[in-house]
Write a protein that binds this ligand. Structure first.
Ligand code: NOJ
Length: 754
């Protein structure tokens, strides 16, 4: 048993203890809980906010409550000294001196920002994602933070939903790999190490499927779909040892997730064996009043009984749990269990040994924005960029000696580079595209803004209010003229355009997901000059680009690439770095297609791809069924050729394995990276199955002319799914095994399971 636990501690990220350590923790916590009053126990269940707000509510009497032992943790405070001061109040002035846990949304960096999570998923490089999460933990953990509200693993097929930027896109398998990499990166092997953070997988569950793409909206989904298509990344994070989990705002099966016992207890604890603590989202308990579940008393009781251990900001627990215990609606056992999860978490973080473990100004000064972390940011940025179009190998621009007109509202906007959720960065550090391009291309670059990001000045000010509007006061005509003039005097136009960073993220849904109108107009005028136009596209979501990209020479989707964006973009444009991202989510052909995703089910009347409209078929009269750019798609600066997939055997039994192999050759003149992708289809099953599902991938690097054979082991777990009774089964029969460059360019072979 001991050995098993010992091994487990290394197989999963740092929240798992050895048997000996676990029993020491148990006796410590038993003894502490023995000393706690009812009020002090309930006090541990409260997580107020200070500083950074993500809703209308704020917390009152924060310091006084800490003194009284009525607070378990605090979030929103940044900086080692600030955190230390508050921790001292908890430790020195409260009766039992229980340290607080300090949380923050370290979503894709702390001071140094890495590409947004959706972009990181586009890297298809879990090793690098883990390295980035660890680098973020290095900075945040030196600055007082012990707990990050990340990773967000909500699978989504909703590009209108702003929070698509924070997750890994549309696929449960890619999402699971990213979730595990982030958990490992934050937590390391030892949660009590001073440079690791407690991770928090969120938002449990199904937050990524809001009706109409509006944030916080109702989710309507059956359990089987949830288990097969949306829940795997949360489970993957639990399997990787994530130490905490956040419930979501939305409802599931008519009950808000925050009060949903099936989700928070039956599935999470009883079926998946989760041992960490569960926190609500920001005021999610109070928000159940608006959902129509009851008053704050009813909502608080239901939340605790369903499985919420810690309340973020609603502040109903201190009042209503005492009452709930008194009238028997809450059992003492449930309260003790919640308190224990929270105290165990603090114990595993090492806070009882050293409450100031994460407050080290010296380490902060050495690590924050240091060259090693910035180098990781640049490396990751290039891996996330997706080259969507490259007519006649327009890119890279290297060595052409040509004059470049850099145009667009995102070109000289360093403050926009990090992307949404950058709560701790000083913003002074971000490198703009203009700055990066001047370093690489020197005075061959001329610049004009060309237009403001949005026509709607009121909306633009709202979106940029927290970092001051940088809206240009000139008339549209003046700005346009200036841009067209430099465009005419150049050989190539680079247009840095797209969304502002706050057009995605929380509470940032959009109905029209095209590039904002003034920029589209300018883009058309730039194209009309006859000069080749390269679009450097900023976005936190898939955009509908169909009309805009038609006449462009090249399109490089850079998402929001983080603090080092400008340098990384310039180096990629110049060919010093390779853009090796692949889409983690489909880019729709038209807004009316949504949801459009590669792992769809077949209808009884499927439409053959690429055919014009046919009556009585599953199709549209006016647009194709397929997205403009499919899941998995992305070009590089070289060209790869695939052989046909082969299987080591055409049959296997349920305990067996076969190897699927495919050869890939670099046919170009440059070295390059390719993501080899493996998909399967269950052809007949007791329930309908998707037309393809990603089950494996490998990112490889090939020298010019080099061939590599990539092999994947196919076993029963890869061929299994949750049946109608929610059992995970591999049903005998035929499967299609597919490999190739993206979800739309695959060769296939048949496998029979006996
Ligand atoms: C609300 C968001 O939904 C959640 O993701 C975040 O962690 C909390 N606010 C705290 O900022």
């Amino acid at each position: 048993m001991k050995l098993r636990n010992f091994l487990l501690a290394f197989a999963t990220a740092g929240a798992v203890l050895t048997a000996g350590a676990e029993s020491r923790m148990d006796s410590f916590i038993n003894s502490l809980m023995g000393k706690m009053t009812l009020e002090e126990k309930i006090g541990q269940l409260n997580l107020p906010v200070s500083g950074i707000l993500t809703g209308d509510a704020r917390s009152n009497n924060v310091i006084e409550n800490i003194r009284k032992g009525r607070t378990g943790g605090l979030f929103g405070v940044t900086g080692a000294e600030n955190v230390r001061k508050i921790q001292e109040i908890a430790v020195k002035e409260s009766r039992l001196g229980i340290p607080l846990i300090f949380g923050l949304d370290v979503i894709h960096g702390y001071e140094t920002h890495y590409p947004i999570p959706l972009a990181q998923a586009a890297s298809w490089n879990p090793v690098l994602v883990e390295k980035v999460a660890h680098a973020a933990a290095e900075e945040a953990s030196a600055s007082g933070i012990s707990w990050t509200f990340s990773p967000m693993v909500d699978v989504t097929r909703e590009p209108r939903w702003g929070r698509v930027a924070e997750g890994a896109g549309e696929d449960p398998y890619l999402g699971s790999r990213m979730a595990q990499a982030m958990v490992r990166g934050y937590q390391g092997n030892n949660l009590a190490a001073p440079n690791t953070l407690l991770a928090c997988v969120k938002h449990f569950a199904l937050y990524g499927a809001p009706e109409g793409g509006r944030d916080y909206n109702t989710v309507i989904m059956d359990r089987q779909t949830a288990m097969n298509e949306y829940l795997p990344p949360y489970k993957a994070a639990v399997d990787a040892g994530v130490g905490s989990l956040m419930a979501s705002f939305n409802e599931f099966e008519g009950i808000p997730a925050t009060a949903n016992k099936w989700l928070l207890t039956d599935l999470l604890r009883d079926r998946w064996g989760f041992k960490g603590m569960v926190v609500s989202d920001y005021t999610a308990i109070t928000e159940m009043i608006a959902h129509g579940i009851g008053d704050l008393e009813e909502c608080s009781v239901r939340a605790l009984n369903a499985g919420i251990d810690m309340d973020m900001v609603s502040e109903g627990f201190n009042t209503y749990v005492v009452k709930g215990i008194a009238d028997g609606r809450i059992s003492m056992q449930r309260l003790d269990q919640a308190v224990r999860y929270i105290l165990e978490t603090k114990y595993k973080l090492g806070l009882f040994d050293n409450p100031y473990l994460y407050c080290d100004p010296k380490r902060a000064a050495a690590v924050l924005h240091s060259e090693p972390v910035r180098a990781i940011a640049r490396e990751m940025a290039a891996e996330t960029m997706v080259l969507l179009k490259n007519e006649g190998n327009m890119l890279p621009l290297a060595g052409s000696g040509k004059r470049i007109a850099l145009v667009g509202p995102l070109a000289d906007a360093p403050w926009e580079m990090p992307g949404c959720w950058n709560v701790a960065t000083s913003k002074a550090h971000n490198v703009s595209v203009l700055e990066g391009m001047q370093k690489v291309f020197g005075d061959r670059v001329s610049y004009a803004k060309g237009c403001n990001a949005l026509c709607d000045s009121v909306l633009e000010r709202k979106l940029t209010g927290d970092y001051n509007s940088h809206r240009d006061g000139r008339t549209c005509d003046q700005m346009r003229k200036e841009a067209l003039e430099i465009a005419r005097n150049s050989d190539i136009i680079v247009a840095a355009m797209g969304e502002l960073m706050n057009m995605s993220g929380e509470g940032a849904s959009r109905a029209d997901i095209r590039i904002p109108e003034p920029q589209r107009k300018l883009l058309r005028e730039l194209v009309a000059t006859g000069k080749p136009v390269v679009l450097v596209l900023f976005t936190g979501r898939p955009l509908v680009l169909t009309e805009d990209v038609r006449d462009l020479a090249a399109v490089l989707n850079v998402w929001f690439a983080g603090s080092e964006a400008g340098d990384a973009i310039a180096e990629v444009l110049a060919g010093k770095m390779e853009p090796s991202g692949r889409l983690p989510i489909s880019f729709p052909y038209h807004i009316g297609q949504i949801p459009v995703h590669y792992n769809q089910k077949n209808s009884g009347r499927p439409m053959p791809p690429g055919r014009p409209y046919q009556k009585y078929r599953n199709s549209y009269q006016d647009i194709p069924n397929e997205p403009l750019y499919p899941f998995g798609y992305g070009l590089g600066y070289t060209r790869f050729e695939y052989g046909k997939i082969s299987l080591s055997a055409p049959e296997m039994d349920k305990t067996g394995k076969v190897t699927a192999s495919v050869a890939v050759t670099n046919k170009g003149k440059r070295a390059g990276k390719e993501v080899v992708q493996l998909y399967i289809r269950d052809i007949y099953a007791s329930s309908t199955r998707p037309v393809k599902e990603l089950k494996g991938f490998e990112k490889i690097e090939l020298a010019p002319g080099e061939t590599k054979t990539v092999s994947f082991t196919v076993d029963a777990s890869m061929l299994s799914f949750y049946n109608h009774d929610l059992e995970f089964v591999c049903e005998p029969g035929d499967f299609e095994i597919m490999a190739g460059h993206d979800s739309n360019s695959l060769s296939s072979a048949k496998l029979t399971v006996k």
